[in-house]
Design a protein around this ligand. Sequence first.
Ligand code: AR6
Length: 175
Amino acid sequence: MYKYKDTKINLIKGDITKLEIDAIVNAANNSLLGGGGVDGAIHRAGGGEILKECKEIGGCPTGEARITTAGKMPSKKVIHTVGPIYKDGKQNEEEFLYNAYFNSLKLAVKNKLKTIAFPSISTGVYGYPKNEASSIAIKAVIDFIDRYGEIDEVIFVAFSQEDYDLYYKKLNKNI
Ligand code: AR6
């Protein structure tokens, strides 16, 4: 749909657990032991193997990323990242959210994964304002491509029509 330098950037509406892609990103929490939202959906669809690996990893600081199997899902790997809990915008939320995207991409490249799908990290239970969050997501991806390239396709997965429309507008403006 869009192309930035050598990387395809796509926007789809739907369930990230269904994608046949190298890596899907999970909006996890610091424990990596599962939860609701997209995290719950990923653990349910992937099965117990994911939780087993997450337990071995032993957690993940906010803004960082860790990788596991995708279990029974059609993707190859799950990259678990932890976005910030939004309080008032003055707790470095923007930097943490940016890092969550950027470090997920770094980990993908390190593992030779070429295609990656992101949910809208932190904008559910963690309460990050959707408008700002989508701008940060797009900026982190563009910056990563500028700095490293090495990724063939990035898919933004919107779970609601509202998110889809937001990303659609921003991608048209920025890419
Ligand atoms: N596919 C794609 N996107 C989804 C799916 C899905 N199957 N399900 C939900 N979303 P959230 P957060 C969207 O709350 O805000 C968990 O309990 C959802 O509509 O999943 O980062 C974790 O364990 C929203 O736009 O993640 C943490 O404790 C986006 O995914 C906490 O929630 C993110 O919403 C993390 O909160």
